[in-house]
Design a protein around this ligand. Structure first.
Ligand code: ZID
Length: 225
């Protein structure tokens, strides 16, 4: 079977969870990356059976998550993490949650993965129109998207597939899709093409993005969609 790492699962409402379920139903082993501040509640809820109903697969069995990794995709490596974040009590209880460390942990634990899903969302200024978005706000979002895709999560030696979620606001004006998220999706789509070319030639890894339809996830509620 294939092994999938899905970044961006912290409840059972988002795309990450739904994709994890589909992959599990198709026989894949599921690893997830969960935003550090959301890790505790996600693990607790999972343990207490809060998601059991939504864990049911078409064959009646429950989706198993082999391992949950703490992740904050804003940071590439430990040196990038500011002191106040390191010592923040929402972060200090976990370790190895930068992109690079997380990738290393997965490699140590499992050797390699076959499928990488990027299902992260969190623009710091999402509710602001682009006109009022700070350079920092949009830069943060863009950086995160492309960095994660380009990260060195170790794929199976040859082959493998990476998937991101995008939105048509990259190409057309969708009022309310603010905070530089439209720019981030445009960058993501461009990165997807370039990375598909580069990683395809170099490692035979496929890089794709799906333009998603509306889903009332936590992130979608935050922007009032
Ligand atoms: P979600 O909140 O379920 O998932 C986002 C996850 O990212 C959460 O688990 C967060 O904890 C996690 N996260 C945030 N910041 C970080 C971080 N720094 N490090 C690690 N994890 C972090 O939301 P979702 O499932 O909606 O989002 C998943 C992907 O789908 C995102 O890339 C979205 O942009 C994309 N997407 C979602 C929708 C939607 O409707 N939910 C649409 C298009 C794309 C969309 O907005 N019509 C209107 C709107 C839309 C489509 C059609």
């Amino acid at each position: 079977g294939k092994r999938a790492f899905i970044a961006g699962v912290a409840d059972d409402n988002g795309y990450g969870w739904a994709i994890a379920k589909s992959l599990a139903a198709a026989g894949a082993e599921i690893l997830v990356g969960t935003w550090v501040p959301a890790l505790n509640i996600f693990e607790t809820s999972l343990r207490r059976g809060k998601f059991d109903e939504s864990r049911v697969l078409p064959d009646g069995s429950l989706m198993e998550i082999t391992k949950i990794y703490p992740l904050d995709a804003i940071y590439d490596k430990l040196e990038d993490v500011p002191e106040d974040v390191k010592s923040n009590k929402r972060y200090s209880g976990s370790s190895k949650w930068t992109v690079q460390e997380c990738a290393e942990s997965v490699k140590q634990d499992f050797g390699s993965i076959d499928i990488l899903v990027h299902s992260l969302a969190n623009g710091p200024e999402v509710s602001k129109p682009l006109l009022e978005t700070s350079r920092n706000g949009s830069k943060k979002y863009i950086g995160r998207k492309s960095k994660f895709q380009g990260s060195k999560l170790s794929f199976t030696h040859v082959g493998g597939s990476s998937l991101s979620l995008t939105y048509i606001a990259s190409e057309r004006i969708i009022p309310g899709y603010g905070g530089g998220m439209s720019s981030a999706k445009a960058a993501l789509e461009s990165d997807t093409r370039v990375l598909a070319f580069e990683a395809g030639r170099k490692h035979r890894i496929r890089v794709n993005a799906i333009s998603a339809g509306p889903l009332r996830s936590r992130a979608a509620k935050a922007i009032g969609f």
